[in-house]
Write a protein that binds this ligand. Structure first.
Ligand code: PRP
Ligand code: URA
Length: 209
């Protein structure tokens, strides 16, 4: 079973509280999502392998630890996942970026695919799938299905707010995937929205409502 990590860092908790507020502007929402994603990227990459490298400082030759050159791919689920990409790239600028386009059918709440473009060597990369919301878990599970069907193997899922229902669905459908969360919320309402949540993440990022 994949592990679930809920980040309790005060900065992450504070900024996540700010994006929940109904009167947070589109600009502030977007800036905060970027900042939270950057802070989370720091934690998600905690176990990346290091290797010993010989360097020379102005004082002497020495051995230091550097990243082992693990190749990363960030895969946002469109559209709301896009808001998390720049924050992550600020810390891991050499990561490649794939895209999976999915939307939830408003009636059935089932994910509908409309786009998928991944790095051609996805099978060799540590993949981090990003989406601010894990509600029913349908979108995350479907996105990871597509990535696996195209060869992706080593996959993490990172979101800002998750419902317990979505975590359970994702753990069952993809038990090999670790899940990284800024906040685990109470439950889903009758429209499959997360409670207390933050509303529709895509609309709040792009001002479409
Ligand atoms: C939202 C969100 C997730 C999905 C989560 O996207 O960004 O992708 O819903 O819900 P689920 O866990 O029940 O599948 P939405 O479908 O609203 O599309 P958008 O990003 O284009 O707004
Ligand atoms: N998608 C969102 O954007 N918000 C929710 O609460 C659930 C799904």
């Amino acid at each position: 079973m994949g592990k679930v990590y809920v980040f309790d860092h005060p900065l992450i908790q504070h900024k996540t509280a700010m994006i929940r507020k109904v009167d947070t502007s589109v600009k502030d929402f977007r800036d905060l999502v970027k900042e939270i994603s950057m802070l989370m990227a720091y934690e998600v990459t905690r176990n990346l392998p290091l290797e010993d490298v010989d360097i020379e400082t102005p004082v002497c030759k020495t051995k230091v630890k550097m990243l082992k050159g693990e190749d990363l791919a960030i895969v946002p689920i469109l559209r709301a996942g896009l808001g998390m990409v720049d924050g992550m790239l600020a810390l891991i600028p050499n990561a490649k970026v794939g895209h999976v386009g999915l939307y939830r059918d408003p009636e059935s709440h089932q994910p509908v695919e409309y786009y998928c473009k991944l790095p051609s060597d996805i099978e060799n990369r540590q993949v981090i799938v990003v989406d601010p919301m894990l509600a029913t878990g349908g979108s995350a599970s479907a996105a990871i299905d597509f990535i696996k069907a195209r060869g992706g193997k080593n996959i993490h899922f990172m979101c800002l707010i998750a419902a317990p229902e979505g975590i359970e669905v994702l753990q069952k459908s993809h038990p090999d995937v670790d899940i990284f969360i800024a906040s685990k919320d109470s439950h889903l309402n009758e429209h499959a929205y997360i409670v207390p949540g933050l509303g529709d993440a895509g609309d709040r990022l792009y001002g479409t409502k």
